[in-house]
Design a protein around this ligand. Structure first.
Ligand code: TXA
Ligand code: MG
Length: 321
């Protein structure tokens, strides 16, 4: 694990030669490979044990690289890009032939974003190729927000891990499809939907209970069980008190103070004052730590449903499924 300039050059060289490099972004760590190299991309699916119906997001350093990946960049995309890129917003746009079908799971659209993390940008520039990267965790598990999480989850299945410290946003990017006349939000994430709507007006929100068939067509990251710990997770409404269950070793995932805190075996409080940005930044690490605490059940408190709270609740619901 390394992030100095020389190691970034080595990491870029590994990407160019078809290897797998995990790297930090502002959202979560990604497991990267040259997006134009189908053999390298196939290694991502193998390393994560990810089904090939689940498409990968392509990461680029700047707008000139975007043009090599997508064949159309409509006005809506331009508006969103100028507001939110670099940043946690993925746009699905018609793909160019350079991008193999494996990247998009055979779909005509490719998810693309310019990440905001300086190390990611440096690496992408040095590599000079578009980089396909899902979150760097085994499929369906908790996304990694530190280099250590990547090493714990993928170990020797990754050729190199670039360490850029903990991720500042802590939740994956928001995914918005611009493949249809009306934009469709496929996944809530680090760019709140209210912010997007302020720029381009109302967007349709894909149903989160989409069936497997539907999900495969839209955004397979919408599979109902995803982002999940091994321990059973029970979700409590935002306006209810979280209480432990008698006879069980219970952990609590919450924000702010809870009256029954003393009765839980483990507590992860994401933030003292319910600041949603801090909650998001700490969320996956807290979930991992509870999952490793030999608990019978994790009880988690919903967040207020605004801003990043919407994406946090989405991840909690999938984890609880
Ligand atoms: O923040 C993020 O998005 C992180 C970092 C590394 O960029 N990446 C990430 O990738 O979370 P992943 O593979 O774990 O989740 C990406 C999801 C896919 O599961 C899929 O639902 C959606 O984005 N997606 C990607 N490409 C798509 C496409 N062409 N059409 C529809 N949905 C797509
Ligand atoms: Mg993922």
């Amino acid at each position: 694990m390394n992030s100095c300039a020389a190691s970034l050059q080595s990491a870029a060289e590994l990407l160019r030669t078809g290897h797998l490099v995990a790297f930090p972004t502002e959202t979560v760590y990604g497991l990267g490979a040259d997006a134009s190299n189908p053999t390298a991309v196939a290694r991502i699916f193998a390393a994560k044990q990810r089904p090939t119906f689940d498409p990968l997001i392509v990461h680029v350093a700047d707008l000139s690289q975007v043009e090599c990946v997508v064949s159309k960049f409509p006005e809506t995309a331009r508006l969103l890009a100028s507001e939110f890129w670099p940043g946690p917003l993925t746009l699905v746009l018609p793909k160019r032939d350079l991008i193999p079908d494996l990247v998009t799971a055979g779909l005509p659209g490719v998810g693309i974003r310019i990440p905001r993390h300086p190390v990611a940008i440096e690496l992408l520039k040095a590599a000079g190729c578009p980089v396909a990267a899902p979150s760097a965790n085994p499929f369906g598990g908790i996304s990694p927000t530190t280099a250590q999480h990547v090493a714990d989850g993928l170990g020797r299945n990754v050729d190199y891990i670039v360490d850029g410290g903990p991720c500042a946003v802590g939740l994956e990017s928001t995914v918005l499809s611009l493949m249809t006349e009306r934009p469709i939000l496929l996944r809530h994430g680090g760019c709140p939907v209210e912010d997007i709507q302020r720029i381009i007006g109302t967007v349709e929100i894909a149903r989160s209970d989409a069936s497997l068939d539907n999900a495969a067509q839209l955004a397979p990251g919408m599979l109902s069980r995803h982002y999940a710990p091994g321990t059973r997770l029970i979700l409590v409404d935002h306006d209810r008190l979280a209480e432990p269950i008698a006879g069980l070793r219970c952990g609590l995932l919450t924000a702010g103070k809870q009256p029954f805190s003393g009765r839980f075996a483990r507590i992860e409080s994401l933030c003292d004052d319910e600041n949603l940005q801090t909650c998001a930044a700490n969320f996956f690490a807290a979930m991992r730590s509870l999952d490793a605490s030999d608990l019978d059940v994790i009880i988690a408190h919903e967040f207020p449903a605004l801003g990043l709270g919407v994406a946090l609740n989405d991840r909690l619901r999938r984890a609880a499924h």
